[in-house]
Design a protein around this ligand. Structure first.
Ligand code: 3EB
Length: 332
């Protein structure tokens, strides 16, 4: 099984719908009818391009049967041992049960549903998760909403008897102006190699200064199949140790984030069968808190990644002092 990444900024034509395992649509273009494949929509402006939409999709070979399903708010497709799904959960439909907020409960519920689906499909190994929610830095019930999400996520992992430290998937968690709690996921029958960053405290070991429960993700995941190696670099920000550095300085925050990605790639190298990945080998998604920072962010990234693709969107990063977050993936 080979996985390929399609994106709508490339010159290549979009592959046949029956070969798309799942994907993403970024941008604030009015929505067309939902496609046949699971697609996570990020309704937020694209930055620095003359386009209203950016589509990205994971493409599988045409000769392996595609299975699909839709239940409990999850749309998914499976091809061989790989499954891509999206769950959208409208938290206003979820009742708070003090002291647990609606977002806390919705997060726990969404992950519990994902874990049930993966158990039913016999594909327990999560590779990568993409988490989006409205108003991520907003506070309700005396706690920042990202911290509420972290509580629900950690509880779901525990209820499913999954580890919350060490072997955890790669992920990102961002805020958008509105919309549901939306979680996309890529899972498989085989585990990934989780990679940590020697420059950073593992997020799952963050001290309680950042909330009652630490985030459940690894800094990167290295996936090895018979004929491919894939790397998923989690959302990466200007954090050294466990602290935000370069307060208010978007240029330095961007450079520090890239230093962190480079360090993660370096840490992955000894595990690679193909010599690892370097910064120019990856495709980037960049979350910028303030559109006015775009030019600086793009300049710093371009200087380090060469011509590698990088799509920028407006989004809130999960600490209010972080101005930018960068994630990346690569296939070879
Ligand atoms: C950080 O390093 C920045 O909660 O899933 C990055 C990637 C971040 C994933 C998550 C959060 C998450 O803590 C924030």
């Amino acid at each position: 099984m080979t996985l390929q990444l399609f994106d709508s900024f490339s010159a290549a034509p979009r592959p046949d719908a029956n070969r798309i395992l799942g994907g993403f649509l970024l941008g604030d273009a009015p929505a067309d009818a939902a496609p046949a494949w699971p697609m996570q929509r990020l309704v937020t402006p694209l930055l620095g391009v003359d386009r209203r939409g950016f589509e990205e999709a994971w493409v599988v070979p045409g000769d392996v049967p595609m299975l699909a399903g839709h239940a409990e708010g999850i749309a998914w497709r499976r091809c061989g041992d790989l499954l891509f799904g999206v769950i959208d959960l409208d938290e206003v439909q979820v009742a708070a049960k003090p002291p647990r907020s609606a977002l806390h409960i919705a997060s726990e519920m969404a992950y519990a549903r994902i874990f049930r689906l993966l158990d039913a499909q016999g594909l327990p190994h999560l590779w990568r998760l993409w988490n989006y929610m409205a108003d991520i830095n907003g506070e309700s019930d005396g706690l920042e909403r990202y911290r509420q999400f972290n509580m629900g996520r950690a509880e779901a992992f525990e209820h499913a008897a999954r580890s919350v430290v060490g072997r955890v998937p790669a992920a990102c968690a961002l805020g958008l102006a509105g919309g549901p709690l939306s979680i996309a996921f890529l899972a498989s029958a085989t585990p990934v190699i989780p990679i940590e960053n020697p420059r950073q405290v593992s997020a799952f070991l963050y001290p309680s200064d950042y909330g009652p429960r630490p985030p459940t993700f690894s800094r990167a995941a290295l996936a090895q199949t018979a004929d491919q190696e894939l790397v998923f670099v989690s959302g990466t920000a200007s954090i050294v140790g466990h602290q935000t550095v370069h307060l208010g300085d978007v240029r330095a925050q961007t450079a520090e984030s890239l230093d962190n990605i480079a360090a993660v790639l370096e840490a992955a190298k000894p595990h690679s069968r193909r010599g690892g990945f370097a910064l120019p080998d990856l495709a980037y998604r960049v979350y910028v808190r303030d559109a006015a920072d775009l030019a600086v962010v793009r300049e710093v990234i371009a200087a380090r990644v060469g011509g590698a693709p990088a799509v920028c969107v407006l989004a809130d990063v999960c600490r209010s002092d972080l101005l930018v977050e960068i994630e990346a993936q690569g296939v070879r």
